[in-house]
Design a protein around this ligand. Structure first.
Ligand code: G6P
Length: 606
């Protein structure tokens, strides 16, 4: 949700913090702030708006080499300067940045208020600054432990003490936090993208852990003072992965790199000897894979929609009942967890709170859960018993594109594996493998048609309201298409099963409300065409996402064709024009594409 950075070293901290915050801005961006320790204590600067506004507000001379920074996505209190982080103790000695939610902040505020503390913000975080300041302990790490003992909730925190200017103390419980290890300098961040320019050596903290970080060293420990001795691991992400390069937007960059990233994801995962997928990370033997009688997929937002696609692929290729559900709902309905069901949590960030809670609920009830996750070492990836890493590389634009394509590929691999331990034939295994191998080139071919898609997107962008329709495999594609469109163009977009159109929404069809219809070359083409013609007959406009050779009749002048792959894999390709339609509509409307209003990349709070 929000982003945290910290630095302890030999260089001036402020530029490093600003650079890190800029990279984290996709996580939350309604206000930002930093605190830097210097000879006269902490300098705290906060601003409403983007990191560039914070940068412009910094004093010329800010030489301190220890500091923390934060970019915020409001949960408690509006986006004002007073509510921006860091929050400070009354005497200014302690500065705190925090991600997450302190559930008992109300009670703590009341108690501290009764003890005479004056609050200067509406946030839950501010209680932490006062609790640390009022602790009777000496070392900052002990003060932080004291404070956290009184706190119920989720957090990643970084804390500075002007009287102990050699250190940053960090703690994690339910919100990610990592330490980057440099040469006589250390970094702290909520997300690797803030660190990759400086180091590839990182330490992941676990829930319930703290660390005291100095320029030369770090020490990790639990709240009851047991050293946990975490050692650094090397991360794969490079600085180029988080640079925008020649592209105007991260979203454009991430759409464009899909042929390459999908090829990378497939490397080593296609087993042409047995015509199956190699997914060693699942940690499941063929016997275990065979024993599952059902698959249940859980994710939120776009991940949930691709989960619906995954369920269809698994049913088609493995012939086991499979179903996707919004993790945000699942966790609240006392779900029945069955021993012979394979649960699959799907998440780009691996940090979505609703999905992580669903994982915990399944595990608590003894279920078996694996993850389809992009971010290596993330919460969901670590809490699942095994999984498939998506290897899409960092995704910075809030609206997900390449990670979703990779989720589709991940489900195809899982479906192939589950199918081949059951009744999927060698010939079908070969067919799916060949289809997967063609995907990068097929994506390339869709991207080559970008100009034409951009023209149609510009036309669609003038509508206030749109329908996206599709059926069976095309329906999740339509749902994701509508989601992407509304997220970044702020146009009302609603997805419908094409078959349901006549049962209600047809009443809304008119020229000003266009329809994007998914009409692949499959067993339902004629029915899909008939429905689209009903829309035309009522004065509606239709853009068709289809396959070459499909006779679209009157829809022919507004068609986008994607290459035919294998019928089970086609939806992965049908999603690509949806990305481009949303992107170019937002370009036409001149909107802030990478950071749409009110949204955040990963929702780490409920
Ligand atoms: C947020 C984002 C969505 C995203 C969802 C799941 O709601 O705005 O775009 O699909 O989280 O994110 P995840 O990281 O779990 O895939």
């Amino acid at each position: 949700m929000c982003g945290i950075v910290g630095y302890v070293g030999r260089q001036p901290a402020a530029p490093i913090l600003i650079e890190g915050l800029t990279r984290l801005e996709y996580r939350g961006y309604d206000s930002a702030g930093l605190a830097v320790l210097g000879s006269s204590g902490a300098t705290v600067v906060r601003r409403v708006g983007r990191v560039r506004e914070l940068e412009a507000a910094l004093p010329k001379r800010l030489a301190g080499t220890v500091g923390i920074g934060h970019t915020r996505w409001a949960t408690h209190g509006p986006a004002t300067e007073a509510n921006a982080h860091p929050h400070s103790s009354e005497d200014g000695r302690i500065s705190v940045v925090h991600n997450g939610i302190i559930d008992n902040a109300g009670a703590l505020r009341a108690r501290l208020g009764a003890e005479g503390v004056t609050f200067s913000s509406d946030t839950d975080t501010e209680v932490l600054a006062h609790l640390v300041a009022r602790s009777g302990a000496g070392a900052l790490e002990d003060r932080v432990v004291d404070a956290l003992e009184q706190v119920v909730g989720t957090y990643a925190v970084a804390v500075l003490d002007a009287d102990q200017p050699d250190r940053v103390v960090v703690a994690r419980n339910g919100s990610p936090l990592i330490i980057g290890v440099g040469d006589r300098e250390m970094f702290v961040a909520s997300d690797v993208s803030a660190l990759v320019r400086h180091t590839s050596s990182v330490v992941h903290l676990d829930d319930g852990e703290l660390a005291v970080v100095t320029a030369k060293d770090y020490r990790t420990f639990t709240r009851d003072s047991h050293d946990t001795g975490r050692v650094p691991t090397e991360i794969e992400v490079s600085a180029d992965d988080v640079e925008i390069g020649a592209h105007g937007h991260f979203m454009a960059k991430e759409i464009a790199e899909q042929p390459e990233t999908v090829a990378r994801m497939l490397r080593g995962r296609l087993d042409t000897r047995f015509d199956t997928a190699r997914l060693d990370g699942l940690n499941l033997s063929p016997r275990e894979l065979r024993a599952f009688r059902r698959v249940k997929i859980l994710g939120c937002g776009s991940a949930y929609y691709v989960g619906e696609l995954g369920a269809l692929m698994i049913e088609e290729l493995a012939r086991i009942p499979a179903h996707a559900e919004a993790a945000s709902e699942f966790r609240y309905r006392n779900p029945i967890i069955e021993p012979d069901t394979l649960y699959v949590a799907v998440s780009q960030s691996g940090e979505t709170a609703d999905t992580a809670f669903a994982v915990r609920e399944i595990k608590r009830k003894g279920g078996q859960v694996v993850g389809l996750v992009n971010v290596v070492g993330s919460t969901i990836a670590r809490e699942c018993e095994g999984g498939i890493y998506l290897h899409a590389g960092p995704e910075i634009a809030v609206a997900s594109t390449k990670a979703l394509t990779h989720m589709g590929v991940g489900f195809a691999l899982l479906a192939l594996l589950l199918g081949r331990v059951r009744d999927l034939s060698v010939a079908d295994g070969q067919r799916i493998i060949a289809g997967l191998e063609r995907l990068p080139a097929d994506i390339e071919a869709v991207l080559a048609d970008e100009e034409r898609i951009a023209g149609l997107a510009t036309e669609l962008s003038s509508a206030d309201s749109l329908f996206f329709i599709g059926r069976v495999r095309g329906y999740p594609v339509a749902r994701e298409g509508a989601q992407k469109f509304k997220e970044i163009s702020y146009r009302h977009a609603e997805a419908y099963q094409t078959s349901e159109l006549k049962h209600g929404p047809l009443a809304l069809i008119e020229e000003s409300r266009p329809t994007v219809a998914v009409i692949p070359d499959d067993e339902l083409t004629d029915r899909n065409l008939a429905a689209a013609e009903q829309v035309l007959a009522r004065g509606g406009r239709v853009v068709a996402i289809s396959h070459p050779g499909v006779d679209l009749g009157p829809l022919d002048d507004r068609r986008v064709d994607v290459p035919r792959n294998e019928v089970e894999l086609d939806p992965i390709l049908l999603m690509i024009p949806m990305q481009l339609l949303a992107y170019h509509a937002a370009v036409a409307l001149g909107l802030d594409i990478d950071k749409p209003r009110n949204l955040a990349k990963s929702v780490t709070v409920e």
